[in-house]
Design a protein around this ligand. Structure first.
Ligand code: GLA
Ligand code: ZN
Length: 686
């Protein structure tokens, strides 16, 4: 990133704050709101998301609008020097609307219409709901579009879910007509002559037929499309009402059923909600790397530009199995991790615990007790002062040299395909993707998480684990990336199907990759939990690796067709078959790893791979286990984040550059000690 890009116009600092719902208190406890304003001042928070589920307050009866309470709140926030992220309330429809317009309630897979309950359960196609939401959003924009407190619009809340009502099915059919033009094309794409599923009329289409996996895939694409379409209609109404502020919506990490890349163009700011659940054992490293994965994706979505952490939890969430408190220092570490990966906001769910209903025990800045005298409040205040010392970081992101590809289409297609291990279910695609990202995270190598159609030209090294589905043009883009000098690693189960989940003919990996990689994956085998095969590195292989390693879960019967063999299987009937290969193409190299390997192999592979690709670690050192090193940069100075995610004290040996402590400005010795869960932010010349 060459230029500084702040979250929203005129805002040059971090957004710090959270979801605030005074609408729960205003009738009977107005003094609580007065107290909140005082506490906000003491908390070091400056930004509040308001109105997220406030529809019943704005419009308690159809056509009867009440906006004064929100105006009053925004005025008070503004007078206190606070900013508001104003939500559209579509995430929860009022009871009167569910009653008057049953069509806005979702229909499930078994044709049952929802009763009125919960939230996040409107039909995203219903013209009635869309009209109601548009009316509301227009009114909100007219009322508050020029309010000085409002810096950003928060579109709905955590969009998600599916609806099988007649309106949604009709919209799906229309979307398909647009995509395929003829039923003949559709029947081919879905391989519908199988089991006599041939369609002779568009009305026969029903996405609930699991045997037609190409259709399931299209349904998921449609759900993302329709959700984004709904979101766009929300923004349109805000604009019609005169609102000019940027818009965002809060994503949910790597949520399985929405392809978040489809949202990117239609939001100005990327925002995410992150709730890592710590256990205070070894699993925490997986959790920490998982949070890093999601952060790396959200930063990459707008080319390295800072993103918003819209929700996080200060202590415990009420929805997990064991609502464990966060140990001292843990929350701070979690927050600094978001900063390390490019967040310019730290926001909490929620500002204050409600007295009743489902989230009364969900962590909050302000407890039922109501004072500043709580561990959580004090931590939040400390984070506020920390942010005050870090302002020179805001607006600066990071542009890594490495990318790991995570593609929702490949994920869905693989999960829906029978014959891919049923045992692993959702993990089948995601496990190796997370593991390869974690390989870089452990090394302290900045990594983007991208989708397969992203521009690769700025990367030196791309790993596309299990790129099972190849969208049109992706194989060509990968090949040209390599020819121009890039290093590419593909793994087993790559290039198996085209965008319709139809297998490539002529050997895997398909679409030209067989010839390009110089390998043919003849068969794929799956292993039971705990079962493994062994592989052995070839003498003097290009990566300089030696020894034997174990596979897990799956491996291929692979043939080298012109590629150099770096490792061979040594067990069972596949003994002697190649499993890891390399081929030079143009200026670059393509590696093919035909097995899902245990993590010890990735620990050995990572350093060798970055050396080959000429990729630098953030700090040229061997990091102790459980320590991460990330950076942001303004081109002249690097802001280096060192974090210990373990419960022991560790020492990090820095490289031979000069580092200062960012908070104090003091020089730092070459050995940095980090206590349990401690983070240090250092500064050095870029
Ligand atoms: C989600 C929602 C919030 C709240 C939190 C609780 O992220 O967006 O409204 O329910 O979960 O963790
Ligand atoms: Zn519907």
């Amino acid at each position: 990133m060459k230029t500084r890009q702040f979250l929203y116009p005129g805002f040059r600092t971090f957004a710090h704050g959270g979801d605030y719902n005074p609408d729960q208190w205003m009738d009977r406890y107005p003094e609580v709101i007065d107290r909140d304003l005082e506490l906000m001042d003491l908390s070091g928070c400056n930004t509040f998301s308001v109105g997220i589920f406030a529809w019943a307050r704005y419009e308690p009866r159809e056509g009867e609008y009440h906006f004064d309470w929100m105006r009053d709140l925004l005025d008070r926030l503004h007078a206190a020097g606070k900013h508001a992220v104003l939500a559209t309330p579509s995430g929860s429809k009022p009871a009167w609307m569910s009653e008057t317009y049953p069509e806005i309630r979702r229909v499930d897979e078994r044709d049952r219409r929802d009763h009125h309950h919960g939230r996040h359960n409107h039909c995203y196609t219903s013209p009635v709901y869309r009209e109601k939401v548009s009316q509301m959003n227009r009114r909100l924009a007219e009322e508050f579009g020029d309010h000085p407190a409002v810096v950003l619009w928060h579109l709905s809340n955590e969009y998600g879910g599916e609806c099988y009502c007649d309106l949604c099915l009709a919209a799906f059919r229309e979307w398909l007509q647009d995509r395929y033009k003829t039923l003949d094309n559709l029947n081919h794409a879905w391989w519908a002559h199988f089991w006599s599923h041939t369609l002779t009329d568009w009305d026969q289409i029903d996405p609930r037929d699991e045997s037609v996996d190409g259709m399931r895939l299209d349904w998921m694409r449609f759900v993302s499309h329709q959700t984004v379409d709904f979101m766009k209609a929300e923004t349109r109404a805000l604009r019609e009402g005169g609102a000019t502020q940027p818009v965002t919506t809060n994503m949910m990490g790597t949520f399985p059923t929405l392809d978040y890349w489809r949202f990117v163009e239609d939001v100005d700011v990327i925002a995410d909600d992150a709730y890592p659940l710590w256990k205070y054992n070894q699993d925490d490293l997986v959790t920490a790397a998982g949070a890093a994965f999601s952060h790396d994706m959200h930063r990459a979505m707008k080319g390295g530009r800072p993103w918003m952490l819209m929700e996080s939890c200060t202590d415990t969430v009420q929805w997990c199995e064991v609502p464990k408190l966060k140990r001292p220092g843990v929350y701070r570490t979690e927050m600094i991790q978001a900063l390390a990966h490019g967040a310019d906001s730290l926001m909490y769910f929620q500002w204050r615990k409600g007295r009743g209903s489902q989230e009364k025990f969900h962590g909050a800045v302000v407890d039922h007790e109501g004072s500043t005298n709580t561990r959580t409040f004090q931590q939040v205040r400390e984070i506020g002062s920390l942010l005050g010392n870090l302002e020179q970081i805001t607006g600066w992101g990071n542009k890594p040299e490495v990318a790991v590809v995570m593609d929702w289409d490949a994920r869905w297609a693989m999960e829906f395909s029978d014959g891919v291990s049923r045992m692993e279910k959702e993990a089948t695609y995601m496990s190796p993707v997370f593991e390869f990202h974690r390989m870089f995270w452990k090394l302290g190598v900045s990594t983007d998480v991208i989708e397969s159609t992203c521009d690769l030209s700025d990367y030196r090294l791309v790993v596309a684990p299990q790129l099972y589905l190849l969208k049109p043009g992706v194989a060509d883009a990968l090949m040209s990336f390599v020819k121009k000098g890039g290093t590419l690693l593909l793994t087993c189960f790559s290039g198996v199907v085209n965008e319709s989940n139809l297998c490539f003919m002529g050997g895997f990996p398909g679409d030209g990759l067989r010839e390009f990689c110089g390998v043919w994956a003849e068969e794929m085998d799956f292993l039971y939990e705990g079962e493994h095969q062994t592989i052995e590195m070839s003498a003097e292989n290009a990566l300089g690796l030696s020894g034997t390693f174990r596979t897990q879960r799956k491996l291929e019967v692979l043939h080298a067709e012109g590629a150099d063999v770096l490792a061979t299987v040594t067990s069972d009937f596949y003994a002697g078959y190649p499993i890891f290969t390399c081929k030079e193409q143009g200026e670059g190299k393509v590696f093919y790893l035909g097995a899902h390997m245990q993590e010890t192999f990735l620990d050995a592979l990572g350093p060798a791979l970055i050396r080959t690709a000429g990729v630098k670690q953030v700090i040229e050192t061997v990091l102790p286990e459980g320590v991460s090193a990330q950076k942001r940069t303004n081109g002249k100075q690097d802001f280096v984040f060192l974090q210990n995610f373990t419960t022991t004290t560790v020492t990090v040996s820095l490289d031979d550059r000069d580092y200062c402590c960012m908070e104090t400005g003091d020089p730092v010795s070459s050995k940095v000690e980090l206590a349990e869960w401690e983070s240090r932010i250092l500064i050095r010349n870029a």
